[in-house]
Design a protein around this ligand. Structure first.
Ligand SMILES: NC(=O)c1ccc[n+]([C@@H]2O[C@H](COP(=O)([O-])OP(=O)(O)OC[C@H]3O[C@@H](n4cnc5c(N)ncnc54)[C@H](O)[C@@H]3O)[C@@H](O)[C@H]2O)c1
Length: 278
């Protein structure tokens, strides 16, 4: 990879939820491209392990222990990032998650929990990071993790889906407001991604039918999502703002009907046409 092409060399990246999965993959990918990383996590050991991987790549890493949902911690986290890395150019918000609850069974506490864990904290960190960038005249960027479901529907996870859809909307509005300061705001919407949280769930036979519907024929892995995050954070996306990028192997375009027999028939025809064995 050419670090210069991505323009991430010496960029100071703050990752909220960097201790494993998508946060870990994003940290390592951006460090490979020359970035220094601040990792925020509830679990200091997990963040420290990822920091070690970043340092092995020759880049600076610091860890900050904080609950991302506690808005009173935002100023401290940003101040520690600025002091520890010598600045803040990129914010990546990873923390998020869903609960299985239908609208008829959901309590107001369930609803609030989804909003806080997926949407409210993003607002607090995006506002804090953008204020820091404006104060220091940095033309930085913000990358949020949404979900493919935010662009469609999420029955039985509607609290989560609504919160992530709110995030997608906020990204658009913030992008327009912050364009005046040269700050970009975007999101990445992962499709089904195999992370440490997916063990015993997406690797079960029940999921095979779901995986078969993904046009690229497989689940995403954290590195797929990290590439989307790094793209949005990089100079490759220097004129991209207010956009949500699906990284989902084409799932958002999957057809409404089963392709099984059509696929087989067409493949046989194509192979015959090209003189290859089926
Ligand atoms: N895995 C998927 O299929 C999928 C699909 C679409 C979107 N997503 C999104 O990806 C993100 C989750 O990615 P993941 O599974 O790699 O993350 P994860 O749940 O494994 O969490 C990442 C890190 O965040 C830390 N963390 C959790 N809550 C925290 C808090 N309150 N404060 C500080 N740190 C906290 C965890 O300790 C962990 O190290 C979420 O935003 C989720 O909505 C995932």
């Amino acid at each position: 990879m050419s670090a210069d092409l991505l323009g991430l060399t010496d960029k100071k990246v703050l990752i909220i939820g960097g201790g494993q999965g998508l946060g870990e993959a994003s940290a390592v990918f951006m460090a490979r491209a020359g970035a220094d990383i601040a990792l925020v996590d509830l679990r200091p050991d997990a963040a420290e392990k990822v920091a070690g991987r970043v340092r092995e790549l020759g880049r600076k890493a610091i860890t900050i222990t904080a609950d991302a949902l506690d808005a009173s911690q935002v100023e401290r986290v940003i101040a520690e990032t600025e002091a520890g890395l010598g600045g803040l150019d990129v914010l990546v918000t990873i923390v998020g998650g869903s609960q299985l609850k239908g609208v008829l069974e959901m309590t107001l506490e369930d609803w609030d929990a989804d909003q806080t864990r997926n949407f409210r904290y993003f607002f607090t960190y995006a506002q804090g990071a953008a204020r820091s960038m404006v104060r220091r005249d940095v033309k930085g960027c913000i990358v949020a993790i949404a979900t493919g479901g935010a662009l469609r529907s999420m029955p039985f996870r509607s609290g989560y889906g609504s919160a992530k859809a709110g995030l997608v909307h906020l990204v658009k509005s913030m992008a327009v407001e912050l364009g005046d300061y040269g700050i970009r705001v975007n999101a990445v919407a992962p499709g089904a991604t195999f992370t440490p949280n997916s063990v015993g769930y997406m690797d079960t036979p029940a999921w095979q039918a779901e995986i078969a519907k993904i046009p690229m024929g497989r689940l995403a892995d954290p590195d797929d999502i990290a590439r989307g995050v790094a793209f949005m954070a990089s100079d490759m996306a220097r004129h991209v703002t207010g956009t949500t990028l699906p990284v989902d192997g084409g799932s958002s375009h999957a057809p409404l009907y089963d392709l099984g027999s059509s696929k087989k028939k067409s493949r046989r025809n194509v192979m015959a046409l090209l003189g290859k064995s089926a």
